[in-house]
Design a binder for this molecule. Structure first.
Ligand SMILES: Nc1ncnc2c1ncn2[C@@H]1O[C@H](COP(=O)(O)OP(=O)(O)OP(=O)(O)O)[C@@H](O)[C@H]1O
Length: 246
């Protein structure tokens, strides 16, 4: 069974039709990059996958559960589907180690020693083991984002959503974050859905590239076809042309 499956999904904000006839299947372990112009619905789509936004029509199956069904347990979905935001969203008054340990302690009741061990391993994985006792404000944006990724990983999710994770960062910090994401994509069986403007990452790491415009999916290709061949859709070709010449 697919990890994520949209079937004829419609999403409205009031009378505004934000997601139109979305049909999309993402298999476990895939890394999928979502691109498109501002306002095309990328954030909306990704936020429906962990229930931050609700859909009005169609079916959305995530890890075997239908999110359109009001009876679906959203806490179970969020245990299995982590999210990394543009603005990190770390707890400012907690240390880095505490930021990582908090959700596993409260939600998973992970024993304290094991929780600490997992958190330290994750800090090591993102290259920030020496920062454990600092507070978020003492770290750079790129470091904070790597902590946010470690915090998501601590819940051992099956799927990770990234909503423009490098857009708020200074250019010199972007690669450190992308490298952490690349390692997760290559070294684990994580399913990843990533909204990003980083075309180098999409080309190198994604299995598939999806182009959205005006609330619709207009192109869904392997990254080889998208970048080395040519997207079939005219607007996708134009978008790619613009983004690559910039
Ligand atoms: N809470 C909301 N209420 C009403 N309209 C919304 C809401 N959130 C988003 N929209 C509208 O839905 C459309 C899609 O927004 P969304 O943020 O999903 O686009 P996006 O492709 O992620 O854009 P960006 O790249 O600028 O983040 C936009 O027209 C936006 O104004």
């Amino acid at each position: 069974m697919a990890m994520i499956e949209f079937q004829d999904v419609q999403k409205y904000y009031g009378s505004f039709h934000a997601l139109k006839d979305i049909n999309l299947k993402i298999e476990a372990g895939e890394t999928v990059v979502l691109i498109g112009p501002s306002g095309s619905g990328k954030s909306t789509l990704i936020r429906t996958v962990n229930g931050l936004e609700r859909i009005q029509e169609g079916k959305l199956i995530v890890n075997g559960q239908d999110l359109a069904d009001r009876k679906t347990d959203m806490n179970r979905i969020r245990k299995n589907v982590g999210m990394v935001f543009q603005h990190f969203n770390l707890y400012a008054n907690k240390t880095i180690l505490e930021n990582i340990m908090l959700a596993p302690r409260i939600v998973l009741h992970r024993p304290e020693e094991e929780n600490k061990k997992v958190a330290r391993q994750l800090l090591d994985q993102v290259g920030l083991e020496s920062q454990a006792n600092k507070y978020p404000a003492q770290l750079s944006g790129g470091q904070q984002q790597r902590i946010a990724i470690a915090r998501s990983l601590a819940m051992k999710p099956k799927c990770l959503l990234f909503d423009e994770p490098t857009s708020a960062l200074d250019p010199e910090m972007i690669d450190d974050v992308l490298n952490v994401m690349k390692d997760i994509a290559n070294d684990s069986d994580m399913t990843m859905l990533v909204v990003t403007h980083e075309m180098g990452f999409a080309r190198e790491v994604a299995n598939r590239v999806i182009f959205m415009d005006d609330g619709q999916i207009l192109e869904d290709d392997s990254s080889e076809k998208f970048f080395d061949g040519e997207p079939s859709n005219e607007r996708a070709r134009q978008f790619l042309g613009k983004i690559i010449t910039h």
